[in-house]
Design a protein around this ligand. Structure first.
Ligand code: M6R
Length: 604
């Protein structure tokens, strides 16, 4: 889950460009970073633990310069967060940066040690450098040495390698982890994704799996998995959404929370026909969806919770069976797919490795696949049979907010498509008002922040709901965990007595989402059970629920603006996001880049 950059310039210093590229890739990992260049046939490198800012500080006191440079921003998999483990790693004539995991690194380590190499880091990466150097020493051409090394690696990876004896040669390779390149009049550029490459060109070429790219004195050759030269198409990326600034907000997350009404409006509008009476889809996708009896949704994390919500919606309103699967389980559990008519894969980044592996599995069984994806030209977008783009724009904060709202907007549109046309038109009309209701919730930001104070002392928080707010309770718990490092768990409220009730004492807080519906009395009983045992409750309900008679009374009550029950998750999720933001902010945590996380999970 690291970011790699390699640059070969015709003239000038590539190091500042590498750093700029890394800043676009920091979402992939930010525990350490490094850059390396070649001068007088010597490697020179600077590495630093911490965010890219630390590397920039180091470079201020020890500047680097060179026409060729590689850089890395790390999310540690093997070996702690130390300078020694930070990339680039070098051995003899070669230096590399690597994203991914080398699963057979222990075996390879023994192999290179037997050849006299000393392994000085705890990483799985170091063996790649030693192996390439080993094959160079045997007299192989540089690209052959790299190819022979790649043949021995198991796992998923992308690498960029440079050589001190050939300072105008840069070799990249992709095996599972994404890698793309671009060329301009100034030089040649390789990076983990297009968002970095867009700094230098509007046209990028995505390498296919097992491709190798050789940039030799600015001549570019791509070799396919059989070592044969191959032309890969260039894509125009001028329309890519680039990082915007915080626009006056204290944090990207806060900005992204506040962007949600617009995002929902834009995403939904992009799916409407001209007179806004129907949902427009690709004709072939529409025909598959309309005749489908059972769909499978596969995703991870927040995107998985979007899928769970779709299950409630689709089964209740679209009258179709929906199974929702966690991608990392789905891909390995030999799923039965005999009754699946359509598979939907949901991903903000479009690069989540387990979701992509699930896509491959589904495609191998000839199941039509629809990717719901935010990042344009991502692997999921390119590899799904159909895709719908969520128009959330670039989500910078590692914790997902607006991407979730955009995902559930697309999913709701698919549900609308499955309901009777007369009802569909009415629901579309009503949904067009939802951004207004979302703004009403945002207007109460200060009130919601007041609810955060009591939560910061908690060691455990449980989130509960019934029905279609249950996935929102799960999402609320995930957000709190990610941002504030408080242990939080989401439960269907009916599960309380089946175990979680044992957790309740005076130190426990419960966030309960219970709008007025048939289940309200049951959820209020759960609230009473928590309060009776000394636990404290933040109750999220609406103006119609009769709760005056309950005793003891919840410590905090938030009342939602009125809207149809089917649309409530758009409002309740924002309250969950704001709570998590507020608690983390009060605790002084790094809201936009929480510890140990990365925005794009490209390793298992
Ligand atoms: O890019 P994806 O939507 O595939 O990512 C899936 C999860 O990694 C992601 O939603 C993660 O759970 C977020 N950090 C949630 O805030």
């Amino acid at each position: 889950m690291c970011g790699v950059v390699g640059i070969l310039l015709k003239t000038g210093n590539a190091v500042p460009d590498v750093i700029e590229g890394l800043s676009r890739l920091e979402y992939r990992g930010y525990d350490s970073a490094g850059v390396l260049t070649i001068n007088n046939q010597n490697f020179q490198k600077v590495r630093a633990v911490g965010k890219l800012e630390s590397l920039k500080n180091e470079l201020r006191s020890a500047p680097l310069s060179g026409a060729i440079a590689i850089g890395h921003t790390r999310w540690a998999t093997h070996g702690g967060v130390t300078i020694d483990n930070a990339h680039p790693h070098e051995s003899g004539r070669v230096a590399i940066v690597h994203n991914g995991i080398i699963e057979n690194h222990r075996y390879l380590k023994k192999l290179v040690q037997d050849q006299g190499y000393q392994c000085t880091t705890d990483t799985d990466t170091e063996v790649i450098a030693h192996l390439i150097d080993y094959y160079l020493r045997l007299g192989n051409e540089h690209h052959i040495a790299v190819q022979k090394t790649l043949n021995q690696l198991e796992g998923t990876f992308s690498i960029v390698a440079v050589f001190k004896d050939r300072p105008s040669l840069m070799i990249g390779a992709r095996h599972g982890s994404p890698l793309a390149f671009s060329v301009s009049e100034h030089g040649s550029f390789i990076a983990s994704d297009a968002i970095a490459l867009s700094l230098w060109s509007n046209h990028v070429c995505y390498l296919e799996d097992k491709d190798m790219i050789i940039i030799d004195d600015h001549k570019v050759v791509v070799l396919d998995e059989h070592g044969q030269p191959i032309e890969r198409p260039f894509k125009n990326i001028s329309h890519l959404n680039l990082h915007s600034d915080k626009l006056g907000y204290s944090h990207y997350m806060l900005k992204e929370i506040f962007e949600q009404p617009q995002v929902v409006h834009d995403t939904f509008s992009s799916l409407l026909n001209d007179d806004e009476s129907d949902i427009k889809l690709d004709a072939r996708l529409e025909s598959i969806l309309m005749s489908a009896k059972r769909i499978k949704i596969v995703a991870c994390g927040t995107s998985y919770y979007a899928g769970l919500l779709c299950q409630y919606w689709m089964e209740a309103y679209g009258h179709m069976g929906v199974d929702v699967e966690i991608a990392s389980e789905f891909r390995y559990r030999q799923p039965y797919l005999g009754d699946t008519d359509l598979a939907i894969l949901i991903s903000q980044s479009g690069e989540t490795i387990d979701t992509l592996a699930s896509l491959d599995l589904l495609k191998s069984q000839n199941i039509p696949t629809l990717g719901i994806v935010n990042v344009l030209e991502s692997s999921l977008m390119r590899r799904s049979d159909f895709y719908i783009q969520t128009l959330a724009g670039t989500e910078v904060s590692v914790a997902s907010t607006k991407a979730f709202s955009a995902q559930i907007t697309v999913l709701l549109a698919l549900v609308f498509k499955k309901i009777e046309p007369s009802d569909r038109e009415l629901k579309i009309k009503k949904f067009l008002n939802i951004p207004k209701h979302m703004n009403c919730v945002l207007d109460q930001f200060d009130d919601i922040m007041k609810l955060c104070n009591p939560l910061i002392q908690s060691k455990d928080v449980i989130y509960m709901a019934r029905g279609m707010n249950t996935p929102i309770a799960f999402e609320g718990a995930l957000k709190l965990k990610e941002l504030s490092y408080i242990n939080a768990q989401g439960y269907p409220a009916g599960e309380l007595k089946h175990g979680p009730i044992a957790l309740i004492d005076e130190s426990l807080y419960a966030v309960v989402i219970a709008p007025s519906n048939d289940c309200l009395p049951k959820t209020l009983s759960n609230v009473q059970e928590i309060l009776a045992r000394g636990g404290k409750v933040i109750l999220v309900t609406d103006h119609h629920s009769k709760i005056d008679s309950i005793n003891p009374y919840p410590q905090h009550i938030y009342r939602l603006p009125d809207c149809d029950a089917i649309f409530q998750p758009f409002l309740t999720v924002m309250i969950m996001q704001m709570l998590a933001f507020g608690v983390a902010n009060l605790k002084g945590q790094d809201v936009d880049q929480p510890r140990n996380l990365a925005k794009s999970v490209t390793v298992e």
